[in-house]
Every structure is written in C-alpha cells, then in structure tokens.
Design a protein around this ligand. Structure first.
Ligand code: C2E
Ligand code: MG
Ligand code: MG
Ligand code: MG
Length: 282
C-alpha cells in the first residue's frame, strides 16, 4: 500500500524522474566497487590503414561486467560515472590498462600500433589529469606518440583554462589528440588545428549514409578534404559495408574503423588479429 510506505518510497512511485533514477542509484553504488572487484574490462577495436588494410591503432572500449546484470555498455555507466566524478578513476584505470597492453604487444614482438583511449571532458576538468598521464607513461614502456586521446567535441574544450592546459601539456610531451564523433558538435577544423589536434574521427552517422545519401557523402568528403589540407589524419568510424570502404578509399580517407574490419575484441583475440592481420576483405 502506497500510503503505508515511507515518504521517500511514495515519491519513487509517483515521480517520473525518480522512477527512472532509482535503478541508476543502485547501479551507482555498485559502480564504485567495480574497479576494486575487477569487474571492468577492455575490448579493443582495430583502426586500419585504408590503402593497405594494415592495423594502425587499437581503440580501447571499456565494459563493466556486473555480477547480476551481466555486461553493462559504456552508454549506461559512463554518464553516471561522469556525474559523480568516478570517471576520473575509471579513466586512469583505462589509460593504465591501455599502456600495459601496448607494452605486452611490444614484448611479444608485434609492430607497434597506437592505442586510442576515450577521455571524458570531466577527466580533462581535473587539474591533475596531465600529471597522472605523465606518471603512467613514465612507468610503462610506451612512447607518448603511441598514445592517442579521443575527446568528443564540445564547446568546453575551448573555454576552460584547466582543460586547455591539460591538452597543451599532452601535446608538449608528444601525446596525440583526436576528436571523436566529429561533425556532430560545434568545432571548426580551423580551431582544432590551432589546438594542434592530430586526428579527426568522422562520426558514424555520416558514414552510415555513404555513399547513397547525398548529404552524408558531401559531409564526409568535405571533412576528409579540409582535414587533409590542414595536415590532420582522418578516421572514418562505423564502416560496416564494402561499398562504404570503397567510397572512403576513392576519397583518400587514410584510416577506417568498423564492424567490416572487426568488432571490438577481448585482449587475446585482439592479439591474434594483430598477428594475422585483416584478411577477409579481398
Ligand atoms: P566512441 O568512442 O565513438 O566509440 C564507437 C562506438 O561505436 C563503440 O561503442 C563501438 O563498439 C561502436 N562501433 C564500432 N564500430 C561500429 C560499426 O561498424 N557500427 C556500429 N553501429 N557501431 C560501431 P561502445 O563500445 O558501446 O562505446 C560507446 C561510447 O562510450 C564510445 O563512443 C565512447 O564515447 C564511450 N566510451 C567507451 N569506452 C570509454 C572509456 O574508457 N572512457 C570514456 N570516457 N568513454 C568511453
Ligand atoms: Mg572513441
Ligand atoms: Mg566518444
Ligand atoms: Mg565515435
């Protein structure tokens, strides 16, 4: 009976906002234990050279294996982690794992690939971000140019001094910067060039429309051409079909990523793929 329940319970069932938030709150309590309980893990998705199909980079994508709910995708827990600041701990854990994996691949004799790590704007708002990355880099055998930080474009990265300082420090020590989901936000390529951004990743929504839709194709080719004129590397995200790949090849896009080449893989499978290379395309 609703009336006999406590005031808070009553609100839970009455208020739409709280009704939606309740599972989040439960998850949040668990999320804080996820690192300690070793429930987070990383899958790796290759980024390939369009001309040769050689693997040039591996993107780290975090997953949470919840003891009751099973695998929780990042879209469900990253926003929660951002709200509470726990993203800083998750982010540091991911960067450390990424550098360790790079080290392992190096030790078994694989040619080096870049490791791309997704960074939340919330992490960049922490004034110790750059120092922590530097500390990890000095502990691990990875030269900075093999670490690529993927930042989703947002207005904040231009206005907040702490963020700009962190980004500038990363560039100073040779870490690469990449803009994720490019085309969905507000950045101009000219401004990104001033930030000394190395790579832009064209958002998958535009690639999904290639080559059939006029707008998707025009946006894609325009980004490729402008970015190349500015000396930036371009990665097409979300490539699923051979005709998209052929189109990108024809337009001179350097790198591509998507299910056509490989889904995100557990470390062992990623290692196997690095040894074997991408073979199924031709
Ligand atoms: P993102 O960085 O833009 O990553 C691309 C997403 O598209 C990934 O989803 C990937 O699995 C998926 N994807 C890759 N190829 C294809 C394709 O061909 N077709 C389609 N439909 N999808 C494809 P995922 O792993 O669920 O990650 C979602 C987002 O979560 C990421 O978007 C990223 O913004 C965020 N994320 C993932 N790992 C981390 C992390 O360690 N830290 C932070 N801050 N965010 C992360
Ligand atoms: Mg990304
Ligand atoms: Mg992203
Ligand atoms: Mg993306």
């Amino acid at each position: 009976e609703v009336k006999q329940k406590g005031k808070n319970d009553y609100y839970v069932f009455q208020d739409d906002h709280l009704k939606k938030k309740l599972p989040d709150l439960i998850l949040l309590g668990d999320l804080h234990k996820s690192i300690r309980n070793r429930e987070l893990f990383i899958v790796y998705q290759p980024i390939i050279d369009v001309k040769t199909t050689k693997i040039r980079a591996m993107e780290t994508l975090v997953r949470w294996y919840h003891p009751v709910h099973g695998t929780v995708p990042p879209s469900e827990f990253i926003p929660l982690a951002e709200e509470t600041g726990f993203i800083v701990s998750i982010g540091e854990w991911v960067i450390r794992q990424a550098c360790e994996q790079h080290e392992k691949w190096k030790k078994i004799g694989l040619p080096p690939v870049r490791i791309a790590v997704n960074i939340s704007v919330k992490e960049l708002q922490d004034q110790h971000f750059a120092k922590r990355v530097e500390a990890i880099l000095s502990q691990k055998q990875i030269s900075p140019e093999y670490l690529e930080l993927e930042i989703t474009e947002s207005l904040m990265i231009y206005n907040e001094p702490i963020i700009l300082n962190n980004l500038m420090r990363m560039k100073e020590i040779g870490v690469r910067l990449s803009i994720d989901d490019f085309g969905t936000g507000y950045s101009s390529l000219a401004y990104l060039k001033r930030l000394d951004v190395d790579t832009v990743k064209i958002d998958q929504s535009f690639i999904a429309d290639c080559p059939r839709s006029y707008y998707g194709s025009v946006i894609t080719t325009t980004i490729i051409s402008l970015a190349h004129h500015l000396g930036m590397n371009v990665i097409a995200e979300g490539v699923e079909h051979l005709d998209q790949f052929r189109y990108l090849e024809e337009k001179g896009c350097q790198e591509a990523q998507g299910y056509l080449f490989s889904r995100p893989l557990h470390p062992k499978e990623a290692t196997k793929l690095l040894f074997q290379g991408i073979r199924h395309l031709y």
